[in-house]
Design a protein around this ligand. Sequence first.
Ligand code: ADP
Ligand code: MG
Length: 216
Amino acid sequence: MTERNAIEARNVVKTFGQGDTAVKALDDVSVAIREGEFFTLLGPSGCGKSTLLRAIAGIWPWWQGHLSQPEDFGARAMFLPQRPYFPSGTLREAVAYPQSSDGLEDAHLARALTRAGLAHLATDLSAEANWTQKLSGGEQQRLAIARVFLKQPAWLFLDEATSALDEKTEAVVYQALLDDMQARGGTVISVAHRTSVAKLHSDTWHMPSAPSAAIA
Ligand code: ADP
Ligand code: MG
């Protein structure tokens, strides 16, 4: 039976392509994550971690199986990919995206940036740029993390969202993120590259074996 405050995915199957070149990325995978858990998906590159994470976050519907999510999940969840998107324009708009920055106080935005390790940007929220070009990969990932501090989701999905940071910075930023989520009883579901990050989670789950290359 499905728990009310849990994500439960059952018998998830996803095949990419057809015929000789088909790849079964997920082959009857089932997983349950309860509210308040810090859960990390582990496994070698290509074993289906990103595919499963997108499926259980509900941001990508092209798979077979069953998914149940808590009530009002969509409004309380955030997904951070490895390469976040930023609109060109002011820094204020880039942090607030996809919401409007109207009505958000500068002090609130600056605090979110500072907590994500971007204090050097927090003094000029009106600066305009193509942020994807202007910022390094690590800064872009921290800018996306600032959105978490700003919006305070109850459910947070991280798909190698700190991979461009050096190990020390990554540990500091990740811990700040987890402390913030824990203070609100939030749930974190991560795909993390380094074991130092995986260790910060309370639950680890090794994905079943790598996908079959061709299933035709
Ligand atoms: P991981 O995140 O564990 O590295 P992915 O979930 O990205 O793995 O991918 C799982 C498998 O599915 C891989 O073999 C990958 O090549 C394949 N795959 C993922 N996305 C696509 C796609 N859009 N088209 C074709 N194959 C894909
Ligand atoms: Mg991946």
